[in-house]
Design a protein around this ligand. Structure first.
Ligand code: SF4
Length: 224
């Protein structure tokens, strides 16, 4: 079965780091350098922190536990839960708008039909990657679900405490930019690998896993 979506929040965020990543992620994923021990440890800590926040919602439905690995099931199951009356809370709700799929960490449908969304990040600050991560999630959730009451980032404060920041106004202001960038990304996927020179974007906000590939390519071009 071909994928029913083109972009995820991760692929969008990576595209905002570097246009070339849009193309490489789609067509050359085998060229990535696998994550090192430090990165894997960061991922594990992130998952543990996320779980700690999720423990605050003991009645939530964990969509992942009800679905196979097929992402379409996430969307179908999420829609079936959201169709029930009253307040419901979900982990990893699959929300689809056009060709973009996002899985929200915590999604709450309130009694009045409005929604609250929580994105959990182990970092202490909202960096540019997190800002785009929530911006694309809001874009998808607003278009697919409608009435978003609040969109929140949950950061770490010290050793394991939570700080919840309502970023609804910020992500609302970015709707047009998200839309424009998605259009630009779709165009990139129709063409050739973008010619982007290496620069500060290769290390910010995260070290790019195609660095080895781009450095080898730059060396080849320099020696020609
Ligand atoms: S290494 Fe740098 S130029 Fe190459 S894809 Fe990654 S961010 Fe872009």
């Amino acid at each position: 079965m071909s994928k029913f979506y083109t972009f995820t929040k991760t692929s969008f965020v990576r595209g905002m780091q570097c246009r070339k990543l849009v193309y490489l992620d789609k067509y050359c994923s085998k060229l990535r350098t696998p994550p090192d021990k430090e990165t894997l440890l960061r991922f594990r800590k992130g998952r543990e922190f996320e779980q700690k926040f999720k423990d605050l919602f003991p009645n939530a439905v964990d969509v992942k536990k009800h679905c196979s690995l097929r992402s379409i099931k996430y969307v179908e199951f999420t829609n079936s839960v959201l169709a029930t009356k009253g307040c419901v809370e979900l982990f990893e709700a699959g929300v689809l708008h056009g060709d973009i799929l996002v899985l929200t960490d915590v999604l709450r449908k309130n009694e009045d039909g409005t929604y609250d969304v929580f994105e959990v990040k182990h970092s202490e600050k909202i960096n540019s990657a997190i800002a785009w991560d929530v911006a694309v999630q809001y874009y998808v959730c607003k278009n697919a679900l409608g009435n978003i009451s609040s969109f929140n980032v949950v950061n770490r404060c010290g050793e394991g405490e939570f700080v919840v920041t309502d970023v609804t106004a910020e992500v609302e202001a970015k709707l047009k930019l998200v839309h424009e960038n998605l259009d630009a990304f779709r165009e990139i996927l129709q063409g050739f690998e973008p010619d982007v020179p290496m620069g500060p974007q290769c290390d910010e906000p995260y070290v790019c896993d195609f660095k080895r590939y781009c450095m080898a390519k730059a060396d080849t071009q320099c020696s020609m």
